[in-house]
Design a protein around this ligand. Structure first.
Ligand code: GRF
Length: 190
């Protein structure tokens, strides 16, 4: 299964995926970012993953998605993993790739969809934090949930320590769930 990762930022999940799939056919064949200065570009270079910068302006998302499809085709991509990709993919694209785009979100969805999820949970005084791995549909962080994991806040936790725990959890769980899900896709009739 040829996998592409879309990311906008520092790329710690991209790195965890590469690390876990080092000797697997699931090692990413491609990295696409919408941010010219994203740290993930350096990470892709170090890992030897072909990387593209593709701007994704809100007013021309459709054209950007067409370009993205061209790049994905060039690399015979069959599955897309979002790892901190901060743009909403257009409906047409999402429908074309139905059940073949996965996302990770640093909250227990449906709580705190969108940006700054961890900070919002912290500011709300939440006692339980967690992550969600889900398929992407036309909404923002609304697709079918495949997996959630959580932990209780401890007395001496800070926002920083919570963030660290969440990221550690993401890095451990995301590759595993990607692998499991792709196995189930293979067994599906279509
Ligand atoms: C992660 O917390 C992920 O859940 C969210 O964006 C963040 C990306 O972090 N969607 P990184 O770029 O993988 O380090």
């Amino acid at each position: 299964m040829n996998l592409a990762v879309l990311a906008s930022g520092r790329g710690s999940n991209f790195d965890a995926i590469c690390e876990n799939f080092q000797t697997s056919e699931l090692f990413p064949k491609l990295l696409v970012t919408d941010q010219a200065n994203a740290l993930v570009l350096e990470k892709a270079q170090k890992r030897g993953v072909p990387a593209y910068h593709l701007p994704f302006p809100t007013q021309s998302r459709e054209e950007a998605a067409e370009k993205l499809n061209e790049i994905l085709q060039r690399y015979s991509i069959e599955f897309i993993v979002l790892a901190g990709f901060m743009k909403v993919l257009p409906t047409r694209f999402v429908r074309q790739w139905k059940n073949r785009i996965m996302n990770i979100h640093p909250s227990l969805l449906p709580r705190y969809p969108g940006t700054h999820a961890i900070e919002r949970a912290w500011e709300a005084g939440d006692e339980i934090f967690g992550i969600t791995i889900h398929l992407v549909d036309e909404g923002v962080d609304t697709g079918p949930v495949l997996f959630q994991n959580m932990f209780h806040r401890l007395k001496n936790d800070t926002l920083e320590s919570i963030e660290e725990k969440i990221h550690r959890m993401e890095h451990r769980d995301y590759p595993r769930i990607i692998k499991n899900y792709i196995q189930t896709l293979r067994r599906s009739p279509s």
